[in-house]
Design a protein around this ligand. Structure first.
Ligand SMILES: NC(=O)c1ccc[n+]([C@@H]2O[C@H](COP(=O)([O-])OP(=O)(O)OC[C@H]3O[C@@H](n4cnc5c(N)ncnc54)[C@H](OP(=O)(O)O)[C@@H]3O)[C@@H](O)[C@H]2O)c1
Length: 306
């Protein structure tokens, strides 16, 4: 398979490029600068420019592009950047597919469980209604921006990612220093649900979505075992052999991170991977402690004995 990836320098993209190449795929990376290698394709989502000639023979597209959601407070300018970086890029890809000589068989476009907003204990499947708030609206518009490609018959999968866990980056890397010192713990009252997916599992979900026509439309890319914050913190503490009972009050998150903290750290999303389950996807180990221990060993950090 020849696969183009947008957002390839990010947390997921870097691992995905290596994973797909190891599996024998030919990978092209869309880059927002002058192309400097044969596997690079120039694009400039803000100016609507894309090197479509190189893409003409590409079978599949994976779009992970967007400014980092969890980087800093959501000022007015930051919100504009979060939206335009996702909507400009997705619209450009959709319009290119619809109106230029390029029809990939499948397009995987990132989205997030933020689509559902914050929903207490409700079990959320792909058919659940969208939530309210900036992030939920952004995810809805982001997914809708793929419509021109769907209209010309491309199989589009909107991957609603849970929190991607890897010691190498993202949320887990932010948490680890605190938990290692034994001062980690749940946030808020600890009852909020967290829907997560190990990076390795996400790569297998992407493999499956690339080839399985049963996966089409929104797909929750999450572990079948979402956890309450209090359970998540306890599992991480056990995996590190450290106490993990130091609570961070919701007020501290609100004061420190404002709306961003409210919509990410304090959100409650109990998401079920219903589409993946129906498609026959073979989930790997789903116990968080087991997953984390394996990751710590893999990353060379070791893990304390069980
Ligand atoms: N990681 C998570 O826990 C998580 C959870 C839910 C949803 N998601 C979503 O999944 C996608 C991939 O996640 P990730 O963690 O790999 O994200 P990431 O590390 O923040 O990487 C996103 C990539 O998007 C590109 N990008 C950055 N600013 C951009 C801009 N202004 N315009 C166009 N492209 C821009 C960059 O790649 P280039 O420099 O190569 O262009 C960047 O490396 C993101 O859209 C994210 O919102 C992630």
């Amino acid at each position: 398979m020849k696969i183009a990836i947008a957002g390839s320098s990010g947390l997921v993209g870097r691992s995905l490029v290596a994973h797909l190449r190891t599996g024998g795929a030919e990978v092209l990376r869309l880059v927002r600068r002058t192309a400097a290698a044969a596997d690079e394709v120039e694009w400039d989502p803000a100016r609507g420019l894309i090197g479509v000639e190189k893409l003409a023979t590409v079978d599949a597209l994976v779009n992970l592009a967007g400014e980092n959601i969890a980087e800093g407070r959501w000022t007015k300018a930051r919100k504009i950047a979060l939206r335009t970086s996702r909507l400009d890029s997705t619209r450009l890809l959709a319009e290119t597919i619809a109106h230029r000589p390029w029809r990939p068989r499948v397009w995987l476009n990132a989205s997030a469980v933020g689509y559902y907003g914050t929903r207490a204990d409700e079990i959320l499947e792909e058919t659940s209604s969208p939530g309210a708030g900036f992030l939920a609206e952004l995810c809805r518009d982001w997914e809708a921006a793929t419509a021109p490609a769907q209209a010309v018959g491309v199989r589009v999968v909107q991957l609603r990612l849970g929190v991607v866990l890897t010691p190498g980056g993202g949320a887990l890397r932010e948490m680890l220093p605190w938990f290692r010192r034994g001062v980690g713990g749940p946030v808020g009252d600890g009852r909020n649900w967290m829907s997560w997916i190990a990076l390795e599992e996400l790569l297998r979900v992407i493999d499956s979505a690339l080839v399985n026509p049963a996966l089409c439309g929104p797909v929750n890319a999450v572990s079948p075992q979402p956890l309450r914050q209090v359970e998540f913190a306890a599992a991480l503490g056990r995996a590190l052999g450290r106490p993990a009972t130091m609570r961070t009050p919701a007020m501290v998150i609100r004061l420190g991170f404002g709306e961003m903290g409210e919509a990410t750290v304090l959100a409650s999303q109990r998401v079920r991977p219903a589409a993946l389950e129906r498609s026959g996807f073979a989930f790997g180990p789903s116990g968080l402690e087991e997953v984390l221990r394996a990751q710590f060993v893999e990353s060379g950090e070791g893990a304390p004995p069980a």
